[in-house]
Write a protein that binds this ligand. Sequence first.
Ligand SMILES: [Zn+2]
Length: 218
Amino acid sequence: MFFIYGTGTTRLVTTPLPTLACAHCGTRGQLSVTVFSRYVSLFWIPVFPFGKVSVTVCEHCKQTLTSKEPLPEAYRLPVQTVQQHAPTAFSNFALLLLVVAGIVLALVLGQLAPNSKSKADTAQSTDADAGVTLGARYKMKNTTGATGYALMEVTRLTDDTVYYKTTSMLRSKPTAASTAQALRDSVSPGAAQSRYPRKMWHFLVQGQGMFRPLTLTE
Ligand SMILES: [Zn+2]
């Protein structure tokens, strides 16, 4: 990466010096002073100012003097006064202002687009629910280590929640008849209906999840 840096000047103000006599030709009322701001640039964009330079011009004899050299004694105070009161050139902070404007723009765009963000969230949760469908049945491993299994059936789906019911522990091979009966009759009142956040559903049914899709043996 290389950088192209340099310096530049901006004219801040030009003020007549009507009471001052020209140090060269002695003419009064023909002098003016122009104040310049000097700035550092990066890729030709001003970054920050680093001082001011004043230039006096006599309209009569065209003598031009800069404050970089010692000015005639009579010039010093009026020139210094004009230079001190010259306004700041905000354009000399162009790069900084561009960066700030960019940050503000990014924040504003972020505020203006909450809908697209929530759409993305919805799409993500739809992906993450592992395609849960109403009436889907799963087999639940017995976490106590005893033989047997419980059945689980999805009873209700909302945008964000999966509701399901579970049976008590079963030991016989799951057939269409036995599972239908178990789900109809064996629901223990305490576990009649449970719920789980839809976007967390895939943790239950995928990989080493506690619910496995039910395979019937006929
Ligand atoms: Zn002059």
